[in-house]
Design a protein around this ligand. Structure first.
Ligand code: IMP
Ligand code: MG
Length: 192
């Protein structure tokens, strides 16, 4: 055990998954408070419908909703990508639709992270066809470098480098969603 740890320390072999802190709990909460206020300023007096993209956006939506004063409702949608390389195939499938119509409503899509942008591009196309009064996007994280399509987020929590991150709703194989902060995941490497 001690030997393995020593090797890991020298960067040759990493025997366990680890998470390196990137954004603290306090920084996330502060930013979400600002975003909530900003959203209300942009839509004074309007009922807002937050559309959370399952499952990653759950934590962000829960906190964001509590920082938008006035009338706020929410609904959820679930999508998944086809194929093994789900992050670049660009083929998206609707796994769970919204419970109710969005026609005539002020909708804000709430997503955990904007990566290639393919998921959001698909979602926005689907939702736009349903004639909302307005359609905006709020993401907690934005990995700009990875963008493959022109898709725009109206509210961005943090721009982050091109690293795989977990926590605050974001997962690796469904784990780490419960972390209160966001960190960079590093996976074990096999010894040669
Ligand atoms: P996009 O379609 O490439 O923009 O992918 C967006 C989706 O990929 C997000 O909603 C996440 O579920 C997932 N994703 C992208 N980057 C990460 C990451 O760094 N950590 C965890 N999930 C990620
Ligand atoms: Mg997601």
């Amino acid at each position: 055990m001690a030997k393995k740890n020593k090797q890991a320390h020298h960067g040759k072999v990493q025997t366990a998954e680890s998470v390196r802190p990137l954004i603290t709990q306090a920084a996330i909460q502060k930013r979400i408070r600002e975003m909530g206020k900003q959203i209300r300023r942009d839509f004074p007096g309007e009922p807002l419908l937050l559309v959370g993209v399952l499952k990653g956006a759950v934590m962000f939506l829960a906190d964001l909703a509590r920082h938008i004063p006035g009338e706020v409702t929410f609904d959820f949608i679930a999508v998944s990508s086809y194929g093994k390389d789900s992050r670049s195939s660009g083929q998206v499938k609707l796994n769970k639709d919204l419970d109710a119509s969005i026609e005539g409503k002020c909708v804000i899509v709430v997503e955990d992270i904007l990566d290639t942008g393919l998921t959001l591009q698909y979602l926005l196309r689907v939702l736009q066809q349903r004639r909302p009064k307005s359609l905006r996007v709020a993401v907690l994280l934005d990995k700009k470098e990875r963008r493959l399509t022109e898709v725009h987020a109206d509210y961005v929590g943090f721009s982050i480098p091109n690293e795989f991150v977990v926590g605050f709703g974001l997962d690796y194989a469904e784990r780490y969603r419960n972390l209160r902060s966001v960190g960079i995941l590093s996976l074990p490497t096999a010894p040669r």
